[in-house]
Design a protein around this ligand. Structure first.
Ligand SMILES: NC(=O)c1ccc[n+]([C@@H]2O[C@H](COP(=O)([O-])OP(=O)(O)OC[C@H]3O[C@@H](n4cnc5c(N)ncnc54)[C@H](O)[C@@H]3O)[C@@H](O)[C@H]2O)c1
Length: 284
């Protein structure tokens, strides 16, 4: 099946990156937000992102204009009925995502594949909200989407081989390296990353070392691009807590239990870069 037009639900941090990546790789894109204000903010974010790519000579001004011409924004979910493939990138909340999948099922053609960019939630639970569970899977992109090389495809018990292969071909057209994960909490990347991240926060919470030494230890000792506390600020402490809580709720495995320090920082609004303060402080 040839994919020409892709729908994206949500134009937040991830949705805008997914829309940009699709449009830069010659797909027509229809992106749906809940209201005009959020739609314009999301479209402005992807315009800025492409402008930075132009400034760094990674994209020509003409290619940027061509990509923008392929993107259509809407607040009407029914407009996604014209799409061959839909990627949902709304908030990480199972109830909200289930609702969206039921709506997408009603709005799209029977053959349209429905993918979720969820970081941790059950793909089978989303598939169960539709009449085509074989056409539902996870397409887990990484932030920032236009830059990060990886795409983690998540196959539930119900996902067909055809859906998997069509999605793999789509990911390859976006220039991504594909890995295929089972529908297990955290898939591959977060199942390994979250315990490491929580251990680093616990280590700091327990006064075992300074934040700078924990970060330098892992950055220079393991050749990671950044240390774990800097990385936590980059990802967002609320996002890490939400994903860890979901994984703990499903597995009851203590390696996914969030340390109290993380929970208290989130309650205090210390969310990392996006709030100006996390483990470190950032100028607004
Ligand atoms: N932030 C990350 O690093 C990251 C990485 C990989 C995956 N994810 C996943 O991607 C998804 C989106 O995360 P984000 O960081 O972009 O969040 P975000 O809050 O920046 O964006 C979510 C957007 O979805 C919109 N939205 C909510 N309900 C909607 C609906 N019914 N229709 C259309 N739009 C709707 C919101 O208005 C918001 O703009 C989540 O499932 C998250 O777990 C995030």
């Amino acid at each position: 099946m040839e994919i020409k037009t892709v729908g994206v639900v949500g134009c937040g941090l991830m949705g805008s990156g997914i829309v940009e990546t699709l449009a830069r790789n010659n797909f027509d894109v229809i992106v749906r937000e809940v209201n005009d204000d959020l739609l314009h903010k999301g479209l402005a974010r992807l315009d800025d992102s492409m402008q930075r790519a132009v400034a760094r000579n990674k994209l020509s001004a003409q290619a940027k204009a061509d990509a923008l011409a392929r993107i259509r924004g809407t607040t009407a979910l029914q407009d996604l009925g014209a799409c061959d493939y839909v990627i949902e990138a709304a908030v990480e909340n199972l109830g909200r995502k289930k609702e969206i999948f039921a709506q997408l099922d009603a709005a799209t053609r029977p053959e349209t594949i429905l993918a979720s960019n969820s970081s941790s939630l059950s793909i089978a639970a989303l598939a169960a909200m539709t009449r085509k569970p074989d056409k539902v899977l996870g397409m887990h992109f990484f932030n920032p989407v236009p830059v990060m090389a990886l795409l983690e495809i998540v196959r539930s018990f119900l996902t067909s081989v055809e859906t998997l292969e069509t999605s793999r071909a789509l990911g390859e057209r976006l220039g991504k390296k594909i890995i295929v994960a089972k529908d297990y909490p955290g898939f591959i990347v977060n199942a390994l990353y979250i315990p490491y991240q929580l251990d680093a926060i616990r280590f700091y919470q327990n006064g075992m070392a300074s934040r700078e030494d924990i970060d330098a230890g892992m950055q220079l000792g393991m050749n990671h691009p950044m240390g774990p506390l800097t990385l936590a600020d980059f990802v967002g402490l609320d996002t890490i807590l939400f994903v860890a809580d979901e994984m703990y709720a499903e597995t009851k495995d203590p390696k996914y239990a969030a340390p109290p320090l993380l929970r208290r920082m989130v309650v205090a609004g210390h969310l990392g870069r996006k709030s100006g303060k996390g483990f470190y402080e950032y100028a607004k």
